[in-house]
Design a protein around this ligand. Structure first.
Ligand code: PGA
Length: 251
């Protein structure tokens, strides 16, 4: 399966920085197109700058883009929210859902993630559903249990026809900390996620399962070659063209 290398820019930068970064990524990939044979590339700028990214990508549509969240409501009086249909209107291919920072700071629940995923699927947008345990949950030996419960309540029920979804395993303690999960723990978790998906979606073997949490050029090769790791969700290292592409090169 072709890997997906996704850059989550979070709430970083400004318009100038976003324009510079996306232009650099385009120029570098244009010069090194073989990366695109092995990996799909997607970027997730702050929503206000989506139109800048989209504008640059008109000329290089092989890079996809998306939002870092959407509303659980369809439309109406929800000040500050952006709907799934607006994300479709803005030509998003993907939307990240249930990121641990949304769960921690914005009260995102599994139930909301599932609702949002259903709204996105109705718009033909691929949700990237994030799951992952905290450090204390791992220390207590509950990592699989926690992630299993998240999947159980976050994954929309998809019957009959396969619909594209992506799952990102992001151990909360590894995000932005420089710590990464051990390769064997990643292998076990990704295998577990694959098996869980088998009960939920028609063709679980087609679902890409990304790893996220302090991925960088130095650990990318090892992580991306673990069985059932189908790409990466990259935060800090996606804010620099060199490090982002150095990771993509390992796909
Ligand atoms: P990080 O973030 O690569 O900076 O650890 C990953 C993420 O939050 O998606």
């Amino acid at each position: 399966m072709k890997k997906l290398i996704a850059g989550n820019w979070k709430m970083n930068g400004n318009r100038t920085m976003v324009r510079t970064l996306i232009s650099e990524v385009v120029n570098a990939l244009d010069a090194e197109q073989r990366i695109l044979d092995r990996a799909d590339i997607a970027v997730f700028p702050p929503a206000l700058y989506l139109s800048d990214v989209r504008h640059t990508l008109y000329g290089f549509p092989v890079i996809s883009f998306g939002m870092q969240d959407i509303s659980e409501y369809e439309d109406g009086a929800y000040t500050g929210d952006i709907s799934a249909s607006m994300a479709a209107d803005a030509a998003c291919t993907y939307v990240i859902l249930g990121h641990s920072e949304r769960r921690q700071y914005h009260g995102e629940t599994n139930e909301k993630v599932k609702l949002k995923a259903e709204l996105l699927l109705a718009e033909d947008i691929t949700p990237i559903i994030c799951v992952g345990e905290t450090e204390s949950e791992r220390e207590m030996g509950n990592a699989l249990k926690v992630v299993g419960e998240q999947l159980e309540s976050c994954i929309p029920v998809i019957k009959n026809n396969y619909r594209d979804i992506v799952v990102a395993y992001e151990p909360v303690w590894a995000i932005g900390t420089g710590k990464t999960a051990l390769p064997e723990d990643i292998r076990v978790m990704h295998q577990f996620i694959r098996e869980k998906l088998e009960d939920k979606v028609p063709d679980a073997s087609k679902v890409r399962i990304l790893y996220g949490g302090s991925m960088k050029p130095e650990n990318a090769a090892e992580i991306l070659h673990i069985q059932n790791v189908d790409g990466g969700l990259i935060g800090g290292a996606s804010l620099k063209t060199d490090t982002f592409l150095a990771i993509a090169r390992e796909a």
